[in-house]
Design a protein around this ligand. Structure first.
Ligand code: MEV
Length: 446
């Protein structure tokens, strides 16, 4: 059988194979080695795999990320240890340093504005917009009550449910208009995408029959500008020059979208790891934040820093749509544990803590960028990755790390090639010595 024919035949049945069979197939097809297969088998917790099998199709294993804790956060007067799932060198270290600085000289406060997420119902080729407007306005209360009674009664019992219906006219771009109906729903402690999608699809039929219009599609909008989270940091004891430089960096992001996007990436360095650690949908959070950043038609930073009366004041405002129930928040043992570490039960509470982490991460980046630059701190930590990538043994690792830190200070840069060269050199010069030391320590290469 030709490889092509084989792959066609087996691919069709891939989802019907069990996990071990899928791994075996990948080995047979030479897409992975036996060693990879063993690794996939041994590196994943069987209990977790059982959960994952029910979450996704075609599972072969799991993809671990480092899970860290950033302690020393005091938000709204309460102390937190923040769980962070992130691989990027220096994110957690920079966050920890900045949080400590704020503990000493500042204050973090947070709040939320609005509680409804948005679902969209599109009537692509609206026949009579004015008639539709009249129908929606006359039937609004009925449609709200109907959805609340039929689709989300338990949410209503908890104080949530459908709160409003708004009709929007959206240009088709070729002269005509489409009608878009926004359903506003308070999802309480859920992220709410599944809930709002169900409500929108439920409303499709009554809207069509009342209006005689044809609904094209229904879906959540990830731009929830009706549910914002705000975090504020005030640093009272700040070196004025440093404060001014941070305010200048903030102005740079306000005025230039090339800088704004990198500023926001730095904010997301703090936000995403908590969103991931708590089992939330980071794609939705990212999409929502970027869309909010561009809501004026110009991409802007979601944070803003200024000096006022000798204080540095920073504010973050953005939709951070997360849940503490639903999705994998309670299913994934690490997500559930992360929420316990945080001591958080309510979604709005979680979004406030996440906003605070994003703002503090941003402050850490701006402080570094406007003082020593980020290369030194970042690369100091990155040296460990470079040494591992270059294949240094533990003895070589310990020996070279200090040397490489000095090299970095001297040259102000360091690359994998630099590390490989230095490794080759010490191997050439000191090979006997290193081997002797290794034998004494009885350690293998990393
Ligand atoms: C790197 O991951 C993040 C920064 O680029 C953020 C920023 O520039 O503000 C340092």
């Amino acid at each position: 059988m030709s490889a092509n024919k084989h792959s066609q035949q087996v691919f069709e049945n891939f989802s019907k194979l069990n996990r071990l069979e899928r791994i075996k197939w990948l080995i047979e097809m030479k897409l992975i080695t036996e060693k990879d297969g063993n690794y996939l088998n041994l590196s994943s917790d069987p209990k977790l795999l059982e959960i994952f099998e029910n979450l996704v199709e075609n599972l072969i294993g799991s993809f671990p990320l480092p899970l860290s804790i950033s302690p020393n956060f005091i938000i709204d007067g309460k102390t937190y240890a923040i769980p962070m799932a992130v691989e990027e060198t220096s994110v957690v270290a920079a966050l920890g340093r900045t949080a400590k600085w704020i503990c000493k000289s500042g204050k973090i406060t947070t709040k939320t504005m609005g509680s409804s997420i948005i679902g969209q119902i599109q009537i692509a080729k609206v026949k009579n917009f004015e008639k539709l407007r009249n129908v929606i306005s006359a039937q609004k209360e009925n449609l709200i009550n109907l959805s609340n009674e039929r689709v989300v009664p338990s949410l209503v019992a908890r104080g949530g449910g459908v709160k409003d219906i708004i009709l929007r006219r959206v240009p088709r771009g070729n002269g005509g208009d489409m009608a878009v109906i926004h359903i506003l729903l308070d999802p309480c402690d859920a992220m709410g995408a599944n809930l709002i999608n169900q409500v929108c699809e439920f409303l499709r039929q009554p809207i069509e029959s009342l209006s005689k219009e044809k609904v094209n599609m229904c879906i959540v909008s990830n731009l929830a500008d009706t549910k914002l989270t705000i975090a504020k940091v005030v640093i009272s004891d700040i070196d004025e020059q440093l404060g001014d430089r941070i305010a200048e960096a903030s102005l740079f992001a306000q005025q230039d979208r090339y800088r704004a996007v990198t500023n926001n990436k730095g904010v997301l360095n703090g936000i995403d790891p908590v969103v991931i650690a708590t089992g939330n949908d980071w794609r939705a959070v990212e999409a929502g934040i970027h869309a909010y950043a561009a809501r004026s038609g110009k991409y802007k930073p979601i944070t803003h820093w200024k000096m006022q009366d000798g204080n540095l004041i920073g504010v973050l405002k953005a939709p951070i749509i997360v849940g503490t129930v639903g999705g994998v928040t309670q299913l994934h043992p690490i997500a559930e544990m992360s929420l316990r570490i945080l001591g958080i039960k309510q979604a709005s509470h979680l979004s406030r803590v996440i906003a605070a982490v994003g703002l503090v991460q941003n402050l850490g980046a701006l402080r570094a960028l406007t003082s020593e630059g980020i290369v030194r701190g970042h690369m100091r930590l990155h040296i460990k990755n470079l040494l591992m990538s270059a294949g240094a043994s533990p003895v070589e690792f310990a020996f070279l790390r200090k040397k490489l830190e000095k090299f970095l200070i001297r040259k102000r840069k360091i690359t994998l090639t630099d590390v490989k060269k230095m490794l080759a050199k010490i191997r050439k010069d000191n090979s006997l010595l290193v081997i002797k030391k290794e034998k004494k320590h009885g350690k293998k290469r990393l």
